[in-house]
Design a protein around this ligand. Structure first.
Ligand code: BES
Ligand code: MN
Ligand code: ZN
Length: 498
């Protein structure tokens, strides 16, 4: 989909989108058009009992004066409350309305009544951003268009407003964030017969075009580094495990680095502790954490962020096999700590243990954030709306939560406590990879903390939010790339040279 910005010039044909504020107030352009239409728009709003709640929409076909045009009137709600997030939702509503029409292009008269409090160019850029995000579709493996869900894919959106150049400029940065989000969504949606660890590493290499330094470690190199916890997870798979290190050095004057760590289990069968058949196909998205780290690297490099960020992802496939890891095995992690593997399905933490240790040791980051589809338990606790956040530093955690709020990625602060930590002690090794029945997301986080070597750290358990079964505002159902926008926002707020 192409998105462009131009000066206001009302077309005479095709789809024209107009905004309506609470109380049925048309924008100024809308009112002018309505005069030409002899009041057809206002009459339609009245007959339809249009409330103009954010996202409400009606269509008016061929009113007099515009006999070749279709008007889509989109509610934008209370005019005093405009902000970026609401504008993004308006953009999503436009896409929803257009998908059910047959047209491939639309013009948006991007003027909101009484928006004088907020910069209209900023609103337009964010409406465009929301539209761009919502128009994502994963159709790579669809060879036919089914007539039932015949959603048209819109080819072009033109936003018309005063000072279009400023809006275009603002959208440019946002479109790079959308690139990162879409990249992550593509990776997460890919089926696991294609998405092997090596395939994933190959996708990471694409980032070098944007100036990201990409290093790939194979099993031989990881053996040398003694990443035995990670390697144990992949040992039952015919697909070689990989670790990818992506460095973005946007601020040469500073040594301060943020570390981003991602769980990249390309498929999680559970291993010898095999998962039940029902729903196992969902485990294609068990690399969602890695997907978000890769997507974030794409976003920040794309918009040339003046920050230093290193992304480390562990790519492994968890399979049952004659050579697979067994329950009861003891592995020595890179940190030197030993782990008794009670359940081979608690594999994400084994991967992250070595990644966290490696990242802090090699890069000495000011802080690290790991993202992982780590536990079913976090879904029991928080459902499919909030991700769980654990942190060793309250202030740091609050910054991440605040960044999430800005972009509508919800994070709930979960507890760490020495009492939980005790629960993963093992009589046979330094620790075991699962705790007791209750609080499974928390004991998983405690496990990770043992590999952070005391540096500022946060863990995002995104098992419940990496994939969505329904459309939500700017997110089409499917892979959500949860974390990309939060991390990009966090980097903007706290790590970039202004
Ligand atoms: N990848 C799963 C967690 C998961 C579950 C992600 C559902 C997305 C949706 C993880 O590797 C796992 O299997 N966790 C186990 C841990 C248990 C064995 C302690 C779980 O949560 O059941
Ligand atoms: Mn598992
Ligand atoms: Zn897993």
């Amino acid at each position: 989909m192409r998105i462009s910005f131009g000066a206001p010039k009302i077309p005479t044909r095709g789809i024209i989108v107009l905004f309506v504020s609470k109380g049925g107030k048309l924008s100024q352009v809308g009112q002018n058009i309505d005069q030409t239409c002899k009041g057809a728009l206002k009459r339609s709003l009245k007959v339809a009992n249009f409330e103009a709640k954010l996202g409400d929409k009606i269509t008016v076909f061929a009113p007099s004066g515009y006999t070749n045009a279709t008007f889509i009137l989109v509610g934008v709600g209370e005019s005093k409350q405009y902000n970026e997030l609401r504008a993004q939702k308006v953009g999503a509503a436009i896409i929803e309305a257009l998908q059910s029409s047959k047209e491939l292009t639309a013009v948006i008269m991007s003027e909101i009544q009484n928006s004088s409090l907020v910069d209209n160019t900023l609103l337009a850029a964010n409406i465009a951003f929301g539209a761009r995000l919502r128009s994502y579709a994963y159709e790579k493996y669809k060879t036919k268009k089914e007539s039932s869900d015949q959603k048209s894919s819109i080819k072009k959106l033109t936003f018309m407003l005063d000072r279009p150049n400023i809006a275009r400029k603002k959208f440019e940065g946002l479109s790079k964030i959308a690139d990162g989000v879409d990249f992550a969504r593509d990776l997460v949606s890919e089926p696991s017969n294609i998405k092997t660890p090596k395939w994933m590493a190959q996708q990471c290499r694409k980032l070098s075009r944007l100036g990201v330094k990409v290093e790939v470690l194979g099993e031989t190199q990881m053996k040398k580094l003694q990443m035995n916890a990670l390697l144990g997870v992949g040992q039952g798979s015919v697909n070689e495990s990989q670790c990818v290190i992506m460095s973005w050095n946007g601020n040469k004057e500073s040594k301060k680095t943020l570390g981003l760590i991602g769980k990249g289990v390309t498929f999680d069968t559970g291993g010898i502790s095999l998962k039940p058949a029902n729903g196992m196909e969902e485990m294609i998205w068990d690399m969602g954490g890695a997907g978000s780290v890769i997507g974030t690297m794409c976003s920040i490099a794309g918009r040339n962020a003046k920050a230093n960020v290193v992304g480390v992802v562990g790519l492994v496939e968890n399979m049952p096999d004659g050579n697979a890891q067994r329950p009861g095995d003891i592995v020595k992690s890179m940190s030197g700590q030993t782990i008794e593997v009670i359940n081979t399905d608690a594999e994400g933490r084994l991967v992250l243990a070595d990644l966290l240790w490696y990242a802090q040791k090699r890069f000495k980051p000011a802080a690290m954030i790991d993202l992982a589809t780590l536990t079913g338990a976090i879904m029991v606790a928080l459902g499919r709306e909030y991700a769980g956040l654990y942190t060793s530093n309250e202030a740091f955690g609050q910054k991440i939560i605040a960044a999430g709020k800005c972009v509508n990625e919800k994070l709930w602060h979960m507890p760490l406590d020495p009492e939980y930590d005790k629960q993963i002690n093992s009589p046979r090794a330094d620790m075991k990879n699962i705790g007791p029945r209750w609080g499974g997301s928390i004991t998983a986080a405690q496990f990770l903390q043992r590999f952070t070597n005391g540096i500022d750290w946060a863990h995002l358990d995104i098992a419940g939010v990496a994939w969505s079964d329904k459309n939500k505002d700017t997110m089409e159902k499917g892979a959500t790339a949860f974390g990309v926008r939060t991390l990009d926002q966090l980097i903007q707020d706290h790590y970039e040279l202004k």
